[in-house]
Design a protein around this ligand. Structure first.
Ligand SMILES: Cc1cc2nc3c(=O)[nH]c(=O)nc-3n(C[C@H](O)[C@H](O)[C@H](O)COP(=O)(O)OP(=O)(O)OC[C@H]3O[C@@H](n4cnc5c(N)ncnc54)[C@H](O)[C@@H]3O)c2cc1C
Length: 494
C-alpha cells in the first residue's frame, strides 16, 4: 500500500474530458490523459484491502462484480504511487492482453466493488489502468514478444473481436501457428465497428493488432468462414478451431410501421458510420446520415448512448432517447448493496454531449413505443408512445403496465433500434453441427469451452451472449488454455 492515508487525503478525480460541446465537432477521442502526478495520487487512494473485491470477477444477481480478468489492481495502484510504471505495466499484462481496450471502454465493475466505494467515491481504477498502458506505449515498453519455439500445430480463430484477439494472442504465446478469420474488412469486431471512434479509436485497435502480427499471428479479413472459406477446408487445415464470432443477431421491435424507411437497427447506423469515417472521413456518403433530422433512439443502454454521440456529430435537428425503465436513483437501493454493480442514474458521454447541444438530457423514461407512422412516401414521420409502469413479481420477473392517458406522438425522420441482441447468427453454427443452448448461444461450458464437435471451442459473446469486452478477453484467454491442453495434452497458459 503506497500511502496508508491516501484515501483520506485525496479526492477521486474524474477522467479528464474535452468540452462536451466542442468535441461534438470532430471524431477524436472525447477523453484526455490524466497528468502523471494526478494518476499517482489516485493510485494512493487504494487501501490494498485484505480481500480485494475489485479483482474478484464474480457474477452476483446476474451482474458482474469485480474485474473478470482478475486484474492485480491493488498491486498496480501501489506501483503507480511508487512511480514504478514499468513494473505496473508487467502486472497489467499478466492478466489482460489489452488493458487499453478495457481502460478506454470498460464500465469498470472493479470500481463498483471497490471497498472505498462503500462510503466514498471508489478508486479511479480504470483511469489508472489506461494511464499505465498508454505510458507503456509512449515509452516504447510494449514490444512484440514472439514465441521462441513453435509447436507445429495450427489453430484457427473465427472472429477478431476482443475474444478472438485474446485467444489468438494466448495460443500464439503457446507456440501454435494461429490464423484469425474476420468477415469484415477491418479487424476488431465490435471494438472497431460497434464502439465509435471517439470512445475507442480504431488506431488503438490497429496499434495492438500490428503487434500481434509482428508476434506471428496471421489475420485474414473479408473472409466469412462458412461462406468464403468452406468449413471442410477449415477442419482439414487446422488442428483446432475456436469460435469467437460474437452475438450480433439484432433484436427487433415488432410494432406497426416497423417496415417504414428511416427505421434502422442501431448497429447498421454505427457500423456504416465508422466504416465511412475510416474509409473516407465520410466523403463517400456511405452511411445513414442524421443531419437535420429528428432522431429517436429506442433503448437506454451503451449502444443507444453511442447512437446519441454519433447523431450529434452528424448535426441532427433534435435527439431523444427512450428508456423503457423509470429513471434510477442517484444512490444504490437497499436491494442493490455493495459489492454488486451499482444500479444508479448515470450520465454517459453521449448524454453529456446531447445536453450540451440541445440544453437538456435527451432521455425520456418509462416510455414504450406503440407504433411508427409514415408519410406518403413510406418514410417514418412519427413515433407513437405510451408510458409504462414496471412491476417485479416474487420470481424477479418484470412486467409492464400501460398508463392510460400518457399517449404521445414524437416527430422523427430517423429511428434507431438499440434494444439488444438475440444471440449469435445461426447459419454458420448449424453448418458446423455445433449445438446451441436455449438462448441460442453456442453450448460450451464455462471452464472447458468445448462444443459438442471435437476440436471446436467457443468463447466470448458467441458463448455467453452480448456482454462486455472484459468478459470477452477473459473467455478468449481461458478458451486458449483449454485449446492448448487439447493440442498438447497439457498446458502452461495462465
Ligand atoms: C454498440 C456497442 C457498444 C458497446 N460498448 C461497450 C463498451 O463500451 N464496453 C464494453 O465492455 N462492452 C461494450 N459492448 C459489448 C462488447 O463490445 C462485446 O461484448 C464484445 O465486443 C464481444 O466480443 P467478441 O469477441 O465475443 O465478439 P465481437 O466483438 O462481436 O466480434 C466478433 C467478430 O466475429 C466476426 N465473425 C462472425 N462470424 C464470422 C464468420 N463466420 N467468419 C469470420 N468472421 C466472423 C464478426 O464480424 C466480428 O468482427 C458494446 C457492444 C455494442 C454492440
Amino acid at each position: 500500500m503506497g500511502k496508508p492515508t491516501g484515501f483520506m487525503e485525496y479526492e477521486r478525480e474524474p477522467r479528464p474530458e474535452r468540452d462536451p460541446l466542442n468535441r461534438t465537432k470532430d471524431w477524436e477521442e472525447y477523453t484526455l490523459p490524466m497528468p502523471e502526478e494526478e494518476v499517482k495520487e489516485q493510485g494512493a487512494r487504494c487501501m490494498d484491502c485484505g480481500v480485494p473485491t475489485c479483482q474478484t470477477g464474480a457474477m452476483i444477481d446476474g451482474m458482474t462484480s469485480g474485474c473478470p480478468v482478475y486484474h492485480l489492481i491493488p498491486e498496480w495502484n501501489d506501483l503507480v504511487y511508487q512511480e514504478q510504471w514499468q513494473e505496473a505495466l508487467k502486472r497489467e499484462h499478466q492478466m489482460n492482453n489489452f488493458p487499453e481496450f478495457t481502460g478506454m471502454a470498460c464500465p469498470a465493475p472493479c470500481e463498483g466493488a471497490c471497498v472505498l466505494g462503500i462510503n466514498e467515491p471508489p478508486v479511479a481504477i480504470r483511469t489508472i489502468e489506461l494511464s499505465i498502458i498508454e505510458k507503456g506505449f509512449a515509452e516504447g515498453w510494449v514490444k512484440p514478444e514472439p514465441p521462441s519455439v513453435r509447436t507445429g500445430k495450427r489453430a484457427a480463430v473465427v472472429g477478431s473481436g476482443p475474444a478472438g484477439l485474446a485467444c489468438a494472442a494466448q495460443l500464439n504465446k503457446a507456440g501454435h501457428y494461429v490464423t484469425v478469420f474476420e468477415r469484415d474488412d477491418r479487424v476488431g469486431g465490435l471494438l472497431t465497428y460497434g464502439i465509435p471512434d471517439m470512445k475507442l479509436p480504431y488506431r488503438v485497435v490497429k496499434r495492438r493488432v500490428n503487434l500481434l502480427k509482428e508476434e506471428g499471428i496471421t489475420f485474414v479479413t473479408n473472409t466469412e468462414v462458412g461462406q468464403d472459406y468452406p468449413l471442410e477446408k477449415l477442419q482439414k487445415e487446422f488442428d483446432a478451431v475456436v469460435l469467437c464470432g460474437g452475438a450480433t443477431q439484432h433484436r427487433d421491435l415488432e410494432v406497426e410501421g416497423r417496415e417504414l424507411t428511416g427505421v434502422h437497427y442501431a448497429m447498421d447506423f454505427l457500423h456504416q458510420n465508422t466504416k465511412s469515417l475510416l474509409d473516407s472521413r465520410h466523403e463517400d456518403g456511405q452511411f445513414l446520415n442524421a443531419e437535420g433530422k429528428d432522431v429517436i433512439v429506442i433503448g437506454g443502454g451503451d449502444t443507444g448512448t453511442d447512437c446519441l454521440a454519433t447523431s450529434v456529430r452528424h448535426q441532427c435537428k433534435s435527439l431523444t432517447q427512450f428508456d423503457i425503465y423509470p429513471k434510477k436513483g442517484d444512490v444504490r437501493e437497499e436491494d442493490n448493496p455493495w459489492p454488486q454493480w451499482p444500479i444508479i442514474h448515470r450520465v454517459e458521454y453521449g448524454q453529456k454531449e446531447a445536453t450540451a447541444v440541445f440544453g437538456e438530457d435527451p432521455r425520456a423514461y418509462a416510455v414504450m413505443t406503440t407504433k411508427f407512422v409514415g408519410d406518403e412516401n413510406g418514410h417514418v414521420k412519427e413515433v407513437h408512445t405510451i408510458n409504462v409502469e414496471t412491476h417485479t413479481n416474487d420470481k424477479g420477473q418484470r412486467t409492464k403496465k400501460e398508463i392510460p392517458g400518457t399517449e404521445k406522438v414524437w416527430p422523427a425522420q430517423l429511428v434507431l433500434l438499440a434494444i439488444g441482441f438475440n444471440g449469435p447468427e445461426q447459419g454458420f453454427l448449424k453448418q458446423l453441427g455445433v449445438e446451441t443452448d436455449k438462448r441460442s448461444n453456442v453450448k460450451a461450458d464455462y471452464g472447458t469451452f468445448t462444443t459438442n464437435v471435437e476440436g471446436i471451442f467457443a468463447a466470448g459473446d458467441v458463448r455467453r451472449g452480448q456482454s462486455l469486452i472484459v468478459w470477452a478477453i477473459n473467455e478468449g484467454r481461458a478458451a486458449a488454455r483449454e485449446c492448448d491442453r487439447y493440442l498438447m495434452g497439457e498446458t502452461e497458459l495462465p
